[in-house]
Design a protein around this ligand. Structure first.
Ligand code: C5P
Length: 210
C-alpha cells in the first residue's frame, strides 16, 4: 500500500500522514525534510540557497545528521528548501531514495505513507491512494505561526503569511515537478475541517483500498 499526500506548506499533510502511518503500521517519510536538509546544508556551508552547484553537491551526498538537526524546522530553512527544490539536479538526486522507500518500506512494513509536493505526480504515480490536502493561505499561516511562536519569538504572523505565499508561488510555478494535485488525487480542504475529521475520512479511504 502506497499512500501519497501532497499539498502546500502547513496544510496539515504531515499530521495526517503521521497519523495514518501509525494507524495502519506503515512507514512514514516526510519528503520535505530531505529538501530542508539540502537547504540547511547549503546555508551551513556558507552558500546562498540559490547556489545551484552547492545545492546539487549537498544533495548528492546528503549528510544524515542534517535530518535530525533542530534547525530543520526553522522558517529560513523552509525558505531555503523551496529554493533548492526548484533545481532539477537536486530533485533527481533525491528521487531514488524516495522511490526506494515507497516500494521497500523500512522495517519490513507492508505500506508507506509519503508526504510532499510531487508524490502523487512524480515520485509515486502508481500510489494506491493519493490525497491533496490544502487550506487557505491565511489559515495555514496562522497554524504555522502558532507552531513557531515559542521557538522563534521574533517571527510575526505577517512574515509567516508572506513566506507561505512566496513558497506557494515558487512551489507551484517551478518547471520541474510543480506542486499540483495529481489527476486521480482526492482533494481534502482543511480550512474549515478539523484534522480529526480529515483523518477519519482518510482512514475510510485507505480501508476501501485494502
Ligand atoms: O513540506 P515542507 O514545508 O517541509 O517542504 C519544504 C520545501 O521542500 C517545500 O516548500 C518544497 O519546495 C520542497 N518540497 C518539494 N517536494 C517535496 C517535498 C518538499 O519540492 N516532495
Amino acid at each position: 500500500m502506497i499512500i501519497a499526500i501532497d499539498g502546500p506548506a502547513a496544510a496539515g499533510k504531515g499530521t495526517l500522514a503521521r497519523r495514518l502511518a501509525a494507524e495502519f503500521n506503515y512507514a512514514y517519510l516526510d519528503t520535505g525534510s530531505l529538501y530542508r536538509a539540502v537547504g540547511l546544508g547549503v546555508l551551513r556551508a556558507g552558500f546562498k540557497a540559490d547556489d545551484v552547484a552547492a545545492a546539487v553537491g549537498v544533495s548528492a551526498n546528503l549528510d544524515p545528521a542534517l535530518l535530525g538537526d533542530p534547525a530543520l524546522r526553522e522558517e529560513r530553512t523552509g525558505d531555503a528548501a523551496s529554493k533548492v527544490a526548484a533545481m532539477p539536479g537536486v530533485r533527481a538526486n533525491l528521487l531514488k531514495f524516495q522511490r526506494n522507500f515507497s516500494v521497500c518500506p523500512p522495517g519490513g512494513k507492508t505500506g508507506a505513507v509519503l508526504d510532499g509536493r510531487d508524490i502523487g505526480t512524480v515520485v509515486c504515480p502508481d500510489a494506491n491512494l493519493k490525497l491533496y490536502v490544502t487550506a487557505s493561505a491565511d489559515v495555514r499561516a496562522r497554524r504555522r505561526f502558532v507552531e513557531l511562536k515559542d521557538r522563534e519569538p521574533a517571527v510575526t504572523y505577517e512574515q509567516i503569511l508572506a513566506d507561505v505565499q512566496a513558497r506557494d508561488t515558487r512551489d507551484m510555478g517551478r518547471a520541474d515537478a510543480p506542486l499540483k494535485p495529481a489527476e486521480d488525487a482526492l482533494l481534502l480542504d482543511t480550512t474549515e475541517l478539523a484534522i480529526d475529521a480529515v483523518f477519519l475520512r482518510a482512514v475510510d479511504l485507505v480501508k476501501e483500498r485494502l
